[in-house]
Design a protein around this ligand. Structure first.
Ligand code: ADP
Ligand code: MG
Length: 293
């Protein structure tokens, strides 16, 4: 049964842009001692832009761009959209046909067969390099240290180009993390991005614990571990891949701009994508529990 105090708290929260699907979630918030965040789209804006493209020897920039566009036209991933926007600055992308058989590989990238060759665009999990010290190693490390996400274009497992993308940190992220900590909540970042980039972003936002190179199921495993250690755990995410983790957390929170799956799975939705609102909710939870009990 729902008490008048709970009801008024829920409608109060809704007016301020926080949709809470049940009074129970609001009640539980007070006892949370850890909060897990997805990186892309949650701590960051989720709108990456290409900053660098580095070609291996003998590669032609326009040809490489055309190849990327042909493969990524079939993807709606934010990284794919960013690469196509970038290509438009140099080539007429309308003239490029999407490859017919392209497949997306969850957590890794996309693959296509073109004229008998396997081409792929994605992260390091997507290919196995044969060289001991690949040509791009030092440049790749520098870009990762700048908190950039790296994407590789490969042909038959050989890296043809590396593309670096930067996604801005949300304007309220750093302050929100500080406030979570002050309330005694331990922050953890979960991301599909590589170790070095994850480390650089975690440092920027002052999060000490992070799990990188996460596949969706790895986010679930991480949450189960956090629940053992911290009992009541909040998870904040936005993507399709975050849905299983949102369901595993004691309290799943979706950013309002998130995918439908995330919005449906979540217990709480932050309509205006403001992490800071979670802090208001925790205060509200405390006030409400005092009235209800
Ligand atoms: P996240 O939102 O945490 O990055 P995703 O599962 O959406 O998680 O993606 C994981 C990784 O897979 C990306 O960081 C990227 O390296 C790679 N990836 C996925 N889709 C694409 C794509 N269309 N083009 C290039 N890389 C991709
Ligand atoms: Mg995300």
């Amino acid at each position: 049964s729902i008490t008048p105090a709970t009801l008024s708290s829920l409608s109060n929260a809704a007016r301020k842009g926080m949709l809470i699907k049940s009074g129970m979630h609001l009640e539980n918030l007070e006892s949370a001692t850890a909060v897990a965040f997805d990186k892309t789209g949650t701590l960051t804006v989720g709108h990456p832009e290409v900053t660098d493209m580095i070609l291996s020897d003998n590669q032609d920039e326009k040809e490489v761009l055309a190849r990327i566009v042909a493969i990524e036209k079939g993807s709606t991933h934010p990284l794919a959209e960013a690469m196509i926007r970038y290509a438009k600055q140099t080539i007429d992308t309308r003239l490029i046909d999407a490859v017919e058989e392209m497949s997306e590989i969850t957590g890794k990238g996309v693959e296509a067969t073109i004229a008998g060759d396997t081409w792929a665009i994605g992260n390091e999990k997507l290919f196995e390099e044969s060289h001991q010290e690949p040509w791009y190693q030092s440049q790749a490390n520098n870009l990762k240290e700048e908190a950039k996400t790296l994407v590789y274009l490969t042909r038959a497992n050989e890296v043809v180009a590396i593309i670096a993308l930067k996604d801005e940190i949300r304007q309220d992220t750093i302050d929100a993390i500080k406030r979570f900590k002050a309330l005694g909540l331990h922050p953890v970042m979960l991301t599909g991005d590589n170790e070095k980039t994850a480390e650089a972003i975690a440092k920027e936002v002052n999060i000490d614990e992070y799990v990188a190179s996460c596949m969706p199921e790895d986010k679930v495993t991480a949450l189960k571990k956090l629940k053992e250690k911290y009992k009541t755990v909040i998870m904040v995410g936005d993507g399709i891949n975050d849905a299983p983790a949102l369901a595993t957390a004691n309290i799943g929170v979706a950013m309002g701009a998130g995918t439908d799956v995330a919005l449906e799975t979540a217990d709480i939705v932050l309509i205006k994508n403001k992490l800071e609102k979670m802090l208001d909710l925790i205060s509200l939870s405390k006030r409400m529990n005092r009235i209800v009990k």
